[in-house]
Each structure stands twice: as structure tokens, then as C-alpha cells.
Design a protein around this ligand. Structure first.
Ligand SMILES: Nc1ncnc2c1ncn2[C@@H]1O[C@H](COP(=O)(O)OP(=O)(O)OP(=O)(O)O)[C@@H](O)[C@H]1O
Ligand SMILES: [Mg+2]
Length: 388
């Protein structure tokens, strides 16, 4: 097949050629964004799900909706080493400068910039603040993150409202925030919601996210729904494969589609990769057969192994790999951690630090107390191929 016209798009956050199965979340978020502009209460979303299911793609869809509604929008991605207060400061700075550009000299925007200046000055590694405003002491410079963040978010929300618009921030990989930071964020957002201010956050993270909320959980549940984003249903998965090809005048045989759906279990990233490789390797001009799919399996797996799967374990230690390999021996999971320990001839206690490291790095999560599971779908197969 003509590789130039290959429509499939495996990649991190790469928009799929056909975005299927997520209509409900997109519609719901549209309603939430519209309601908040009107000062009405509405729960935002924290998307949770395994690697490669389409959380980032969905967050990006939310952003597009927000921009259409003329929200001021910023997207941030957390990581293991994030300095959350600094991230907030620089994000809010960008937002306020945009608000300022929309409505110069609006008193509330100027004030919020001053509050932000005072907030930033308190931070040990706060970003340089080069805007010429006087710091406004009081609302956000006590040194207590929960209280300061709350103060700052309310000022920004107030500034947005005064400018006749809303602020929308998307936070990806939100599971990397420390529980104390997440908690401060939830308390702050709760205050913003109580004041009906048009400042809204949507997030995406691994399934470990709800557990990280700890004491902030009751706040979080009042402000967010936590929809689980997962693999696509077989009809949706088939659509994700068939529609992009048909847009290019190429047809998939029904049994070929079925094979892809079976092999991928409907996981979006795998659908894109299998679609892409089958297309590239198919000898025909306008048709993809079951045979084409079958003969591309080896190449596709190799591609996944050196890309999608491989990047996850790049920074792991030998002990961590041994742990992951033992999990893979037990099966796809979730597993009782004690089973993994037994296999490694250690106690769960001895393995605690290894397990915690894997969770912190986002490779595993604990679905329930005493259990452990991969955050990457079909990771057990990869570990067995990597360490036969
Ligand atoms: N609804 C969908 N239909 C078809 N393909 C999709 C869909 N959603 C995402 N994809 C594809 O799946 C892949 C992974 O998407 P994305 O990066 O958004 O996943 P993710 O959940 O954010 O993964 P990670 O946890 O690794 O960041 C991309 O190649 C994207 O094009
Ligand atoms: Mg993502």
C-alpha cells in the first residue's frame, strides 16, 4: 500500500485519524465548560486509565472545546521531578498575561498579577517574575501552599470573570503530583467552585490517581468525575481501523479487522500500530486482507517492543526488572504482591522499596491493597519477550 497515504497514527497524544468511542466525555465536558462560563456548578473530569488508551488525546479534545468557547487555556504535563508550586506560578503567569492582552489595564488582572508576584517571591525556586507590577501582599504569600494556592486561584478566577471569560487548565500525567500538592490543588479548586468563578481544571492520569488523593478525596469527588478511559469495544475498535482506510479509498476485509481487534484487545495505541504496519506491508493497492495482518504481526510487535514498551523500562534497575519479570510470569494481572514475592523467594516487605519505586515511576499501580498491576496493557507479554 502507498505508505505516504498511511492514515494511522501511533504516538503519544497523536490525534487519531478517527476518534471513536469518546463522544460521551467530549459532550459532557462541553456542557461543563459552558455551564461554568455561566457561573453554574458543574463537575470537571479527571480521566484515569492505562498507558496508551487515549487520555492525552481526549484532554486535547477538551482544550479544543474550551478554545472554541473562548476560554484562556494552558496545558501542562507533570513528571516525576515536578516542582508543583513553580509550575502553577508559571502557568498562571502565562494565563494572566493573556487575560491582560485581552483587556489591558483591567484592574482585577493587574491585581492578580500582583498576587502572583507575591506568591512567586515566596517560592524557593519560583520563576523569575519580570512583569512590572507591584506585589500584592496578603492573599497568597503566607508560605502555606494550601492557603496560598487557594488565594491565587481565586484571584485568577476573579480576573477571568472580570474579563468576561474563563480559564481552563489541562494537567496531564497528574499522578506524578505529590499527594500534598494534589491536596492543595483540590482545596483551592473547591474554593473557586464555591465562589462560582470560571476557572476549571481537567486532568488525566494513571489508575493510581484516585488513591493518591488521600484526605483531599472528599473535596475531589465533589468537583470531579473520574471516568475510566479504557480499551474500545469491538465495534468501536473496528471503526477505528476501518474508517481511516475507507477515507483513503482502502477497504479492510472483515476477517482482517477481526484479527486486529483480537490481537489488540481494542487498545487504541495497539490499534494504530497494527493499522499502520498492516497498511505498510499489504501488497495490494486498495485492500487489506487477514493474511496481510498475520504477516505483519512480527514487525508490529518489534515496533511496539522497541518503542511503546521499551521506553517504560529504560530507567529501571535490575531489581525492578526482576520484579516486573516475576509479575509477567504470574500473568497479565492484577496480582497479589505476595505471589510475586513468593516467586522471587523474598517477603513482600523486602520487596516494598522495589514495588514502591515501580509505582512512583508509573510502571505499576496498586488496584487494591496488597495487589499490584501493570499500568501498560499487555506488558506481561513484553517482559517475557524481553527476558525469556
Ligand atoms: N478514541 C480513539 N480511537 C482511536 N485511536 C485512539 C483513540 N484515542 C487515542 N488513540 C490513539 O492511541 C494512541 C495513544 O493515545 P494517547 O497518547 O492519548 O494515550 P494516553 O492514554 O495518553 O497514553 P499515556 O498514558 O501513555 O500517556 C495514539 O496513537 C492515538 O492516536
Ligand atoms: Mg498521555
Amino acid at each position: 500500500m502507498n505508505r505516504v497515504r498511511n492514515p494511522y497514527s501511533p504516538g503519544a497524544g497523536t490525534p487519531p485519524p478517527a476518534l471513536v468511542g469518546r463522544g460521551k466525555q467530549i459532550k459532557d465536558m462541553d456542557v461543563v465548560l459552558q455551564r461554568r462560563l455561566l457561573g453554574k456548578p458543574a463537575k470537571s473530569m479527571m480521566l484515569t486509565g492505562l498507558r496508551g488508551v487515549g487520555k492525552t488525546v481526549l484532554l486535547n479534545e477538551f482544550s479544543k472545546t474550551a478554545l472554541r468557547l473562548e476560554y484562556v487555556h494552558e496545558h501542562v504535563e507533570a513528571n516525576e521531578n515536578i516542582d508543583f508550586p513553580s509550575m502553577v506560578a508559571s502557568t498562571m503567569r502565562k494565563i494572566l498575561l493573556r487575560l491582560n492582552a485581552r483587556q489591558r489595564l483591567a484592574g482585577k488582572v493587574q491585581r492578580a498579577l500582583g498576587v502572583l508576584k507575591a506568591f512567586s517571591v515566596r517560592l524557593p525556586n519560583g520563576p523569575e517574575f519580570t512583569i512590572d507590577v507591584e506585589a500584592v501582599p496578603g492573599p497568597a504569600d503566607t508560605g502555606d501552599l494550601t492557603s496560598d494556592l487557594s488565594g491565587l486561584l481565586c484571584e485568577v478566577g476573579d480576573a477571568a470573570q472580570a474579563t468576561g471569560t474563563g480559564v481552563f487548565v489541562t494537567i496531564d500525567e497528574i499522578q506524578y503530583l505529590a499527594p500534598k500538592d494534589l491536596s492543595a490543588l483540590m482545596v483551592g479548586l473547591h474554593r473557586v467552585a464555591q465562589l462560582s468563578l470560571p476557572l476549571l481544571i481537567a486532568g488525566a492520569g494513571l489508575p493510581s490517581l484516585p488513591g493518591l488523593l488521600g484526605e483531599a478525596k472528599s473535596y475531589a469527588e465533589r468537583m470531579f468525575d473520574f471516568p475510566e478511559i479504557g480499551s474500545l469495544t469491538p465495534p468501536d475498535a473496528a471503526e477505528a481501523i476501518v474508517v481511516p482506510a475507507s477515507d483513503e479509498g482502502v477497504a479492510w476485509d472483515e476477517d482482517a479487522v477481526q484479527l486486529v481487534v483480537d490481537l489488540t484487545q481494542g487498545y487504541p495505541y495497539f490499534l494504530q500500530e497494527f493499522g499502520k504496519q498492516s497498511w505498510d506491508l499489504a501488497p495490494g493497492q486498495n485492500r487489506i486482507t487477514r493474511n496481510d495482518v498475520a504477516s505483519s504481526v512480527e514487525v508490529t510487535l518489534a515496533e511496539l517492543d522497541t518503542g511503546f514498551f521499551r521506553v517504560r523500562i529504560d530507567k529501571t534497575t535490575d531489581a525492578e526488572r526482576a520484579y516486573l519479570r516475576a509479575m509477567a510470569t504470574v500473568g497479565p494481572g492484577p496480582h497479589p504482591s505476595s505471589d510475586v514475592a513468593t516467586l522471587l523467594k523474598k517477603t513482600t516487605r523486602q520487596l516494598g522499596p522495589v514495588r514502591d519505586g515501580l509505582i512512583k515511576r508509573g510502571l505499576c499501580y496498586a488496584p487494591r491493597w496488597g495487589e499490584i498491576a501493570f499500568t501498560v496493557p499487555m506488558f506481561d507479554g513484553f517482559m517475557r519477550r524481553l527476558m525469556p
